[in-house]
Ligand binder design. Structure first.
Ligand SMILES: Cc1cc2nc3c(=O)[nH]c(=O)nc-3n(C[C@H](O)[C@H](O)[C@H](O)COP(=O)(O)OP(=O)(O)OC[C@H]3O[C@@H](n4cnc5c(N)ncnc54)[C@H](O)[C@@H]3O)c2cc1C
Length: 403
């Protein structure tokens, strides 16, 4: 006999949101959540530094999906049905007042993820939801009319349908789906260049970065004690996640400190500056608007003495400075966590999932939600939004099936 109507593997953001939607809409459904850890929602608790950046402001769904290096195209329709606006409304109506910060990040007004957790747990408990912790699903087996999961070494349970929401890089055996290889996304980089890391603390508001295979990213850059971080770097790590993994995180990063400008254009500006300030020493200040210490490093790399007057600076030297300003080479020797936040690039191949229902195209009755899918995004609330959306669509489809 089949014991549960729905089994959910994973008590994270996606699994618990699906459980909450199911319990609220159909309290008579027998739902079992199987969570391998000692508590559900552990990652939500620490998300956003304990404040939980639960989504991002959205004025245009297509633009919103540009923040998803993987999954953006598939999520367009999904966000139209349950997107950032619906997410805000859901939490607001479940006792979590929301605030949007200037940068568009959305948080609980109370500034604590505990309120998000309470909303999810209280709603999930309204129905007949059983949340079993320390219950790791090791195997899945499909049979006619249902599915059986093996829990650890000991037991097993059966259900009519199954939602897999195991997060990044965790796939119980028997899932029977193509999986895109998993590699990390969202990280900063280390460099062995000590003269560069001596500039730690410098922030340059706009740079253009180039990495292996022609990947590019623009935005703010922060020089750290170990290398580089900041929005441009996180973008590069996210959009270039696969190519970067193939290099073993060892490559030469190109930095254009004058984004949108080529070497010749910068050379022309510096030559014009030479004519207007011939008696000024090159190291006095940066005619390109760069921080003084960084500018001095560029001069040094260009082989130009900072006491040399612009008037005495030959065109060949000006060209070398322009080259450093537009194509500075930073050797990268590894990666680092960014404020502990990270996500996985890779997961269940999206072609094998119907995004109207989040149901498997391989096994009817099998659904996926959250980071287990080959979906990931930049920081800013986008990753949790993908979890809420896919979980909601899966829950709706399961409800429609159970009618
Ligand atoms: C430190 C940190 C901070 C973050 N902050 C933010 C943020 O502020 N905003 C944002 O949008 N994103 C943030 N993220 C990313 C975001 O947390 C994830 O994208 C999101 O949690 C994914 O939800 P999920 O339910 O798919 O996976 P998870 O939250 O990882 O949940 C999956 C659950 O499945 C369980 N599980 C796995 N395998 C099994 C198994 N075989 N049997 C039973 N259970 C299993 C796991 O124990 C886990 O509890 C952060 C990530 C980290 C690491």
């Amino acid at each position: 006999m089949i014991k549960y109507d729905v089994m959910i593997i994973g008590g994270g953001a996606a699994g618990m949101f699906a459980a909450a939607v199911l319990a609220e809409s159909a309290p008579s459904l027998r739902v079992l959540v199987l969570e391998k850890g000692p508590k559900p929602l552990v990652k939500v608790r620490v998300s956003g530094g304990g404040r939980c950046n639960l989504t991002h402001q959205c004025t245009d769904i297509r633009a919103f999906t540009q923040n998803y290096p993987r999954g953006g195209r598939e999520l367009i329709g999904a966000f139209h049905r349950f997107g950032p606006a619906e997410t805000r409304a859901w939490f607001e109506t479940h006792g979590v007042p929301i605030v949007t910060l200037e940068d568009g990040c959305v948080f609980p007004r109370s500034d604590t993820s505990l309120d998000v957790i309470s909303a999810l747990m209280n709603t999930a408990r309204r129905g007949q939801t059983e949340i079993r912790t320390s219950a790791e699903v090791s195997r899945i087996r499909f049979f006619d009319g249902g599915v059986e999961v093996t829990i650890g070494e000991r037991g097993s349970e059966t259900g009519r349908c199954l939602l897999v929401a195991t997060g990044g890089g965790a796939f119980p055996e028997g899932i029977d789906h193509a999986i895109e290889p998993c590699v990390p996304s969202l990280f900063s980089f280390n460099t062995p260049d000590r003269d560069f890391t001596a500039l730690a603390g410098i922030v340059v508001q706009a740079v253009q970065l180039g990495g292996p295979g022609g990947i590019k990213a623009e935005g703010e850059l922060l020089i750290t004690h170990t290398g580089v971080s900041g929005p441009a770097v996180l973008r590069l790590s996210s959009f270039g996640a696969r190519g970067l993994a193939e290099t073993g995180y060892r490559f030469d990063m190109r930095i254009n400190w004058q984004p949108g400008q080529r070497e010749e254009q910068v050379c022309e500006s510096l030559t014009a500056h030479k004519q207007t300030a011939p008696r000024q020493q090159t190291g006095t200040w940066s005619p390109l608007g760069l921080p003084a210490r960084l500018w001095k490093l560029l001069l040094e790399r260009a082989g130009v003495d900072e006491t040399c007057e612009w008037g005495a600076c030959p065109l060949t030297a000006i060209r070398r400075i322009a080259a450093q300003a537009t194509a500075f080479t930073l050797p990268i020797s590894g990666k680092n966590r960014h404020r502990e936040e990270f996500v996985t690039c890779g997961g269940i191949r999206l072609k094998e999932v119907d995004f109207r229902t989040m149901q498997s195209r391989v096994h009817p009755g099998l659904y996926f939600a959250g980071e287990v899918l080959d979906i990931d995004a930049l920081t800013g609330g986008y990753n949790l939004q993908a979890a809420w959306t896919t979980a909601h669509l899966a829950a709706e489809a399961i409800l429609a099936q159970s009618d």
